[in-house]
Design a protein around this ligand. Structure first.
Ligand code: TRP
Ligand code: SF4
Length: 403
């Protein structure tokens, strides 16, 4: 994974129903790791869910808290990451509105998910203003935290690209204050002689020699300087590259590899295929699902040899079993030495074991909804204060502060 110099991480998830093991292996495991290393913001994208589910909003309200409990269950730690709900930080909406003024409609029409989703969800009327603007709302979600890195799947990369374009346009339009160079030089001087020299050297190497590494070093250096005022930091960042102030830094997609988690039928695990195992599903139910899942259709009787390549169970072995177990299953299947239930047993054990800590943690939170509420309240407040700070800068740069 390559990380931008600005290491704040932000990602969101729509509240569209209970999470399953596919979400864990595809997204959440990654979030859990990121939270140890970076400042992380994770949020429930309830407004995003509205863009496609505006006709039935009940699902959204029913799953918002469950989603947070799912996150907490897999080990997202509110002491390390800030967890919040999008609609509880209304600043996202104001930034979305302001950005909408400078975003050409063609940029939004060009986003591939726009036409794709309209095709795919034909039964819903998605010819709405909100649906067209949804990637811009996502841009606002990201830019308002000045997040440098956004973990997303392949399908979302175009949205991050749009966020970058919008940020660039915003900085271009509103980062050109009067006397920018003088102010930037003043900010350089404020860092002290040695740091000022370092900054000037790196800036020169980048601007005159096109040295990208010098640019990265300078950005990381500014990042590490704690006592630069916010406005100055933006000037110093912008001055580095030769433009104006960078009010909204450009984020970068942190591509999450696609989950290899198979569903019970061997297809990708997905709610719409009805082949899932819930994140914190009860052991008995998990056992039943795995015991009854299909196997190689050629193995009608116990004595018929099978071929793991044609069996969804084998895909589970590839995720959950070590080499020894895999060899045992492979050989036992091909020469009919084991039955399918024997073959499934190590998987049943492994899945139940993987989920045990999830169930344990979730029990705590389900029994104590007040704690969950408090975690969310605190996260929303923390997120809000960051969002407000950005929005203040945005308003000022657009001359929207009247006195
Ligand atoms: N659009 C994302 C999805 O549908 C969810 C999302 C909304 C998001 N805002 C975001 C993801 C900001 C990353 C960053 O899955
Ligand atoms: Fe599938 Fe295992 Fe049965 Fe072979 S023995 S068909 S791999 S479940």
């Amino acid at each position: 994974m390559s990380l931008g110099a600005n290491k704040r991480v932000l990602s969101g998830m729509r509240p569209t129903g209970q999470l399953h093991l596919g979400h864990y292996h595809g997204v959440l495991k990654n979030w859990v790791e990121l939270q140890h290393e970076f400042e992380c913001f994770f949020f429930v994208a309830d407004w995003h869910a509205l863009t496609t589910s505006y006709e039935d909003t009940r699902v959204i309200s029913e799953t918002v808290y469950d989603l947070v409990v799912d996150w907490l269950s897999v080990g997202i730690n509110p002491g390390e990451a800030t967890l919040f709900i999008q609609s509880r930080v209304p600043e996202h909406a104001e930034l979305h509105l302001l950005l909408s003024m400078i975003t050409p409609i063609s940029w939004l029409e060009r986003v591939p998910t726009y036409k794709d989703q309209q095709e795919r969800l034909k039964e819903r009327d998605l010819s709405t203003y909100g649906f067209l603007g949804y990637p811009l709302l996502q841009a606002a979600d990201i830019l308002i935290y000045r997040a440098g890195n956004v973990p997303v799947g392949e399908d979302q990369v175009a949205h991050i690209e749009l966020s970058r374009e919008v940020a660039r346009r915003f900085n271009f339009l509103y980062g050109r204050e009067r006397g920018f160079e003088e102010k930037a030089e003043l900010a350089v001087a404020k860092m002290g002689k040695r740091n000022a020299k370092l900054y000037h050297d790196l800036r020169k190497r980048y601007q005159e020699g096109g040295d990208g590494e010098a640019l990265e070093t300078a950005r990381a250096f500014l990042e590490s300087q704690q006592n630069i005022a916010l406005g100055d930091r933006e000037r110093l960042l912008g001055y580095l590259e030769g433009g104006g102030r960078v009010i909204l830094p450009e984020p970068q997609a942190l591509l999450t590899p696609e989950s290899k988690m198979p569903g019970l039928d061997g297809e990708k695990m997905s709610k719409s295929y009805n082949n899932t195992i819930g994140l914190r599903e009860a052991p008995d139910a998990v056992r039943h699902k795995l015991r009854t899942m299909p196997t190689d259709p050629a193995r009608v009787r116990r004595t018929d040899p099978g071929d793991p390549a044609r069996c969804p169970v084998w895909k589970f072995h590839q995720i959950y079993s070590n080499d020894e177990v895999k060899q045992w299953a492979m050989a036992g299947c091909r020469n009919a030495a084991i039955g399918c239930l024997d073959c499934k047993q190590p998987i049943i054990d492994a899945v139940i074991k993987e989920q045990a800590p999830f169930r344990e943690r979730s029990e705590e939170f389900v029994n104590d909804p007040d704690t969950v509420r408090a975690i969310i309240d605190e996260g929303c407040e923390a997120a809000r204060s960051v969002a407000r700070e950005t929005l203040d800068e945005v308003r000022q740069s657009m001359n929207l502060v009247y006195r």
